[in-house]
Structures are given as C-alpha cells and as structure tokens.
Design a protein around this ligand. Structure first.
Ligand code: NAD
Ligand code: UFG
Length: 337
C-alpha cells in the first residue's frame, strides 16, 4: 500500500516508517518539523535501506495535504499533533487549532482525494482517571486536560465521519506508554527541552545531561508507593500500526483498540531496570505528586490480539537496553555532534 504518514518525523512516526518500509509499503511523510528533525527521516531510510517521500508542510494547510495525497494514497496514519500535557494547559487554543483543526483539514483532504482508510494516534489519556485497571476499550471516556480533550474530540470527529460515509474505516489506536528505540540506536526519542516523560528523563540522567530524577510521589496506593504504567516498546507499537492497516483494509466504522502490554511497572522498577541495562547509577529524589497524575494505569490488550493478531513482544529489559543504546550514541539527540 501507499501510506501517507502525518507527523512521520516524530518519535513514534519515525519508528513506524521503518516498520512500514520493511513490510513493503510505500511511504510519504508530511511533517512541519515543529517537534522533530529531518535527520530522523534520513536515518529511517538508512535503516530500512529504502527511500520514502518527505513533504515539509503543515496538516492545517490544504495545499500541503493535497500535495501529500496527490500520488494516490491507500491509507493515512495520522500522528501529527502537539502532545505536552502541561503546555496544553497554558496554550489550549494552540492545541485545539493544531490537533483538532489539523484533523478536520486532514479529513477534508482525504474526502477530496477519495482516501477512506485511517489509522489514528489516540492515547490512554482518553480514559482520564479510570475506575478500574486493566482498562478495557469500553471504559468511560473523560478528558482531564486540554491535550486529552483534543484526543477525545478527534476520536469523535473521526467516528462521525465514518458514520456519514459507509465506505470509510478508521482504527483508533489508544497507546499506553511508548518507550525505547530502534535496536540500531540510530533513531529514538529526542524531546525538546526538559523531558516531561519518565524514560527520556532517566536516560538523560544516565548519560549525564541531567543530575537527578525527581520521582513524583512515593505515597501512591501501589506496591512501592510510586506510579504504575504500562510501558510499551516503540517497535512493538510501530508493528501494531502495520497490523492496523491490514485490519483496516476491510473495516467499516471507527474501532478503538488499546495498545499496551497488559502489565504495569512502577517508577522505581523502571529506574532499576534502566540501571541494569545501562550499568549507570540513576540518582533520584522522591518529591510530591505531579498534578493530574493517576496511581496506576495499564491496558487490557486482548482486543488488539483478537482483531489485529498483535501482542507486545519486547519486555522491560529490552525497552531499557534500546533506549540506552540510542541515548548513549546520541547524547544530544539528533542535533548533537
Ligand atoms: P512527536 O512530537 O515526536 O511527533 C509528532 C510529529 O508531528 C512531530 O514530528 C511534529 O513535528 C509533527 N507535527 C505536529 N503538528 C504538526 C502539524 N500541524 N503539521 C505537520 N506536522 C506536525 O510525538 P510522538 O510521541 O511521536 O507522538 C505521535 C502521536 O502519538 C501524537 O499524536 C501523540 O499525541 C500520540 N501519543 C503519543 C504518546 C507518547 O507517549 N509519546 C502517547 C499516546 C499518544
Ligand atoms: N514520573 C516521574 N518523574 C518524571 C516523569 C514522570 O516520577 O520526571 C512518573 C509519573 O508521575 C508517572 C510515570 O512516571 O507515574 C510515567 O509518567 P510519564 O510522564 O512518562 O507518562 P504518563 O503516564 O504521565 O503520560 C503519558 C503521556 C500522556 C499520555 C499518557 C497515556 O505523557 O500524554 O502517557 O498514554 F496521555
């Protein structure tokens, strides 16, 4: 298939491009590089040993979208979005414009081009603070911040379009906590500024870019008092997209599917696993809870196995080893020497 990948230069997009090229698909990336580097795409092509087409443009610009869909795409994978929870509270309109406005523009362009297949990057954030874990896809949906609200609204917009156009099909992949990197160490997560998320923060402490990790809360109702999440290797997630495309070929309507391992690890378990994988000490202080955090969140991944034939293959040690290979080889990310 020929696939348009919006946001393909980003963290999850770049790893997915490798998986798509390796599965024999043709890839066009549309990305405005607002949170990524074109170097990632050079390295994707180097790893896969195959070329892709890159359009430096914005999903809110209809001309850029028409150009990207010109060659005749069979499906779109839609990663392009702003994703920082804290920033979304300070700049909600920027998030509504980019994420919701961008998704409307994309759906309009798909309609113009007659493209009916979509795989959408949703998030476990749509479950807010869940009543029980593991979380199943029919759990109540609620947004707890503007970023989460954009994901919820985008899911609903896509659902409405699928209702209106019977030939349209969409797979809404609700990711839990993607971490790690391609095993080559050539592509990985390269957050701008101070990392918001745990794994890149730990990796930057281990490599000497930051002094100490702050552990947000040691008094959660969990076995060791620190927060528990469903960490998922980014290459497992990339492969879930390839499966979702295949599943989406004959699927009508919008289908939400959790993408997680079904197993939670605490912050301190992740720290220890990273120390083992890297041979580095990760000093930390336990500080107060972060506003908006939940004690524990992990997926019920049975639907992904039933519908996509997908199940996570890589464990925590591999996630840490691959994150460390990327960080050690690229201490300053893509812009480094
Ligand atoms: P990322 O920031 O690395 O990638 C997003 C890419 O989209 C970037 O390359 C950015 O330049 C591009 N982009 C943003 N706005 C654009 C626009 N208007 N036009 C064109 N390109 C634009 O983020 P990521 O971690 O790879 O996340 C990808 C998707 O997965 C996002 O939709 C995110 O909300 C979702 N998601 C991420 C996580 C996570 O923990 N990383 C968890 C759940 C869901
Ligand atoms: N944590 C720390 N110190 C840090 C960073 C995080 O202790 O410096 C803790 C958090 O309190 C939490 C765990 O590590 O217990 C994981 O935190 P992350 O920020 O890595 O991940 P979250 O689960 O909070 O959120 C991520 C994305 C959200 C997305 C959610 C569910 O950032 O956008 O996963 O997919 F909605």
């Amino acid at each position: 298939m020929h696939i348009l990948v919006t946001g393909g230069a980003g963290y999850i997009g770049s790893h997915t491009c490798v998986a798509l090229l390796e599965a024999g698909h043709e890839v066009t990336v549309l990305d405005n590089l607002c949170n990524s580097s074109a170097v990632a795409l050079e390295r994707v092509q180097e790893i896969a040993g195959k070329p892709l087409a890159f359009i430096h443009g914005d999903i809110r610009n209809p001309d850029d979208l028409d150009r990207a869909l010109q060659g005749g795409a069979d499906a779109v994978i839609h990663f392009a979005a702003l994703k920082a929870v804290g920033e979304s509270c300070e700049k909600p309109l920027a998030y509504f414009d980019n994420n919701i406005g961008g998704t409307i523009a994309l759906l309009q362009a798909m309609e113009r081009a007659g493209v009916r297949r979509l795989v959408f990057s949703s998030s476990a954030t749509v479950y807010g603070e869940p009543d029980t874990v593991p979380v199943t896809e029919d759990a109540p949906l609620r947004a707890t911040n503007p970023y989460g609200r954009t994901k919820l609204v985008m899911e609903q917009l896509i659902g409405d379009c699928c209702q209106a156009v019977p030939e349209m099909g969409a797979v809404l992949l609700r990711y839990f906590n993607p971490v790690g990197a391609h095993p080559s160490g050539r592509i990985g997560e390269d957050p701008a500024g101070i990392p918001n998320n745990l794994m890149p923060y730990i990796a930057q402490v281990a490599v000497g870019r930051r002094e100490r990790l702050q552990v947000f809360g040691g008094d959660w109702p969990t076995p060791d008092g620190t927060g528990v999440r469903d960490y998922l290797h980014v290459m497992d997630l990339a492969e879930a997209h390839v499966r979702a495309l295949e599943f989406g070929r004959d699927q009508a309507g919008a289908r939400a599917i959790n993408v997680g391992t079904g197993r939670g690890y605490s912050v301190l378990e992740l720290v220890r696993a990273f120390e083992q994988a890297s041979g580095k000490v990760v000093p930390y202080d336990v500080v107060g809870r972060r506003v908006g955090d939940v004690a524990e969140l992990w997926a019920e991944p049975a639907l992904a196995e039933a519908l996509l034939g997908w199940r996570a293959q890589r464990g925590l040690a591999t996630m840490c080893a691959d994150a460390w290979r990327w960080q050690a080889g690229n201490p300053q990310g893509y812009d480094g020497p």
